[in-house]
Design a binder for this molecule. Structure first.
Ligand code: C2E
Ligand code: MG
Ligand code: MG
Length: 600
């Protein structure tokens, strides 16, 4: 009901002086049911029937009112939109016939302004149709006067803009809301965050930003498919607003990432309470088309003004805190602190250095022996990569392998490891020592399309006998997309290479798959071995793994054996092989060769 934006506010009278009286009589003459005139040579262009017919051919709505606001005339287009025939409304007040109750006062006031000459010609209002439907009409209003300046008629021409408006609203919605979850999108989130920041600055208030990442989303997406992944996002998007107040903003900013703005909090504790509530709500099972799924959330929190004074810093810091929460074992929240920034910076710098590490020749391999528990002989060795950086010193693979994995650098680093391990191992192979060299493969390497070709060409160029090569993969890598994993494992196996499942016990293995995987060995994770002599649970787990492995005809290697007690215990459980500091730490190539030759 407001004048259209940008419409010229004329104010002055805008009317057509066409001799009001004549028109008045003309309109009067157009009686009910007058036939449309037929155009022929004799047509009189001033004839009212002719003019009436012309009026009816106009696609726009044409409505004529007298100065009381009564409907004097309306054309076919008006009939089509309103659903009334002209005869039914003739003589009725416009606000009684076609206007919504809530708009009547405003329409009457506007009409009065028209008569006073103080009005804007362009006007939008809702027209009620006979069926109760509502159409939005954009009108252009003019007046006719009697020649002496006295208004006698008001003429309104209108266009039905309902569809255009709906399209505009839809576009407006799409620009600000995420169509999958119906939550505000990144754009609207930025708007709200800037607004909250402005308010908080002005009134000296605190507010919190929560960065939420769903923990199991990728797994659901990979195993159950994208449709189920989308469904999960929708369900999470429904759950989140239930954990916060109406005045808080929950937005979906991409992938499995959500953000919440808690404007005006009195203490940081408010943010932790909300985070806890969110974590609990998302820890409940989701039912996706009959599948019971457990996800979870990692949340990073930044607080204005302590953790940042602008939108980007607050967002970056909540993101850093979220990563910290993930590192802490998921399903928890972390407040940002400046230490995290130091760590994030280190990560960034490490990443930059890692990119150059290969060409700068900063990697080496260390070898750790594996020992047969029956005869005490070295049966194999595991190649473990080391990164010696001039600035950072020796960086642990626990730190840089995940980084390499994330950045994709693992493909070239992994290739280097395999090439080096094969060409170095040829040394003891030539001496006649039939020990197996194990090389770790990361998830991304395993899934990379060039894997088989890379292995084949490295074996060929190094002349290393594949029967002495073992590839170690963690449980989660092979269990994810297990069917596909079986195909790749078979290709590897067909080359004569051995396959071991590393860190066994840490993930969730499906026994039926384990049976179908063409594997040779399970390596019991060192966390179970550590307390094997003191913790009955660990003892039970290790006992079960060994029994199961043997029944599947697999060899078992215990990792991380540090004490004689552990060794003896493992022997009593019939474990085949052990690896650990008790025998040797991982050592450089030359030292390992010495160790090996001395031992034999
Ligand atoms: P992993 O494959 O399970 O390797 C065994 C890890 O346990 C090695 O850590 C080894 O030094 C350590 N270890 C061996 N004996 C003992 C012991 O008695 N006690 C304790 N506490 N630890 C022991 P490292 O070398 O730091 O490697 C850590 C992880 O990094 C490896 O775990 C593996 O997952 C990854 N990694 C290492 N090298 C490579 C590589 O070339 N490629 C890939 N993709 N991953 C690698
Ligand atoms: Mg390993
Ligand atoms: Mg391991």
């Amino acid at each position: 009901m407001k004048p259209e934006a940008g419409a010229p506010d004329v104010g002055a009278r805008e009317h057509i002086n066409a001799g009001g009286d004549k028109i008045y009589s003309m309109i009067d003459e157009i009686g009910e049911g007058d036939p449309l005139c037929t155009v022929n040579d004799d047509v009189n262009l001033d004839d009212t029937n002719f003019l009436s017919a012309v009026l009816d051919t106009i696609g726009a709505l044409v409505l004529v009112l007298d100065i009381e606001g009564r409907i004097i005339r309306f054309n076919h287009a008006c009939e089509d939109v309103s659903g009334y025939r002209f005869e039914e409304l003739k003589g009725q007040f416009i606000w009684e016939a076609l206007i919504r109750d809530e708009d009547v006062d405003e329409i009457r006031a506007y009409f009065q302004n028209i008569l006073n000459g103080q009005y804007s010609r362009n006007y939008q209002n809702v027209l009620m149709s006979r069926s109760g439907g509502q159409r939005l009409i954009s009108w252009t209003n003019t007046t006719l006067d009697d020649g002496s300046g006295r208004v006698v008629f008001v003429i309104a021409t209108g266009i039905d803009i309902t569809e255009r408006k709906l399209t505009e609203q839809r576009l407006e919605y799409l620009a600000h809301f995420d169509s999958l979850t119906d939550l505000p999108n990144r754009t609207l989130f930025y708007d709200r965050l800037s607004h909250t920041l402005g308010q908080s600055r002005r009134y000296n208030q605190m507010f919190a930003l929560l960065f939420i990442d769903l923990d199991g989303f990728k797994f659901v997406n990979d195993t159950l498919g994208h449709d189920m992944g989308d469904l999960l996002l929708k369900m999470a998007a429904k759950t989140l607003p239930e954990c916060v107040r109406e005045s808080d903003t929950v937005a979906h900013v991409g992938g499995d990432e959500f953000v919440v703005i808690l404007p005006v909090i009195s203490k940081a504790r408010a943010a932790s309470l909300v985070s806890q509530k969110i974590i609990e709500a998302l820890a409940k099972p989701f039912y996706l088309d009959g599948h019971e799924c457990f996800v979870g959330a990692s949340i990073g929190i930044s607080i204005y003004p302590t953790d940042g004074d602008d939108v980007d810093t607050l967002l970056k810091n909540s993101d850093i805190a979220m990563y910290q929460a993930k590192d802490q074992g998921r399903n928890n929240y972390q407040f940002y602190n400046s230490d995290m920034n130091t760590r994030a910076l280190r990560r960034l710098k490490l990443e930059n250095n890692l990119r150059k590490a290969l060409e700068k020749n900063e990697f080496t391999l260390h070898y750790q022996p594996k020992v047969n528990l029956i005869n005490g002989e070295f049966t194999g060795t595991e190649a473990l990569v080391r990164w010696q950086n001039p600035h950072y010193g020796l960086v642990s693979p626990v730190e840089f392998i995940p980084l390499a994995e994330e950045t994709g650098l693992i493909i070239s680093i992994g290739e280097w490891v395999l090439r080096t391990a094969c060409s170095q191992s040829v040394a003891w192979q030539k001496q006649g020592y039939g020990i197996i060299t194990a090389v770790n493969l990361s998830a991304r390497q395993f899934k990379s399309s060039g894997l088989i070709y890379t292995i084949e060409s490295i074996l060929q160029e190094s002349g290393f006998n594949p029967e002495y090569l073992e590839l170690e993969l963690t449980e989660s890598v092979v269990m994810e997309e297990a069917e596909n994993a079986i195909k790749i494992l078979r290709l590897i196996k067909n080359m004569g290479i051995h396959i071991a499942i590393d860190d066994f016990g840490m993930g969730y293995s499906s026994l039926s798959y384990l049976k179908r995987f063409p594997i040779d060995r399970l390596k019991i994770d060192k966390s179970f071995v550590r307390d094997i002599t003191t913790d009955p649970d660990d003892e039970a787990i290790v006992t079960a793994i060994i029994a199961m492995a043997h029944s599947l005809k697999l060899h078992v290697t215990a990792e991380g054996v540090e004490t004689v007690d552990q060794l003896e215990f493992l022997r009593t459980l019939n474990c085949d092989e052990a690896q650990g500091y008790l025998f040797s730490r991982p050592v450089e190539f030359e030292s390992f060769k010495e160790l090996l030759f001395k031992k034999h």
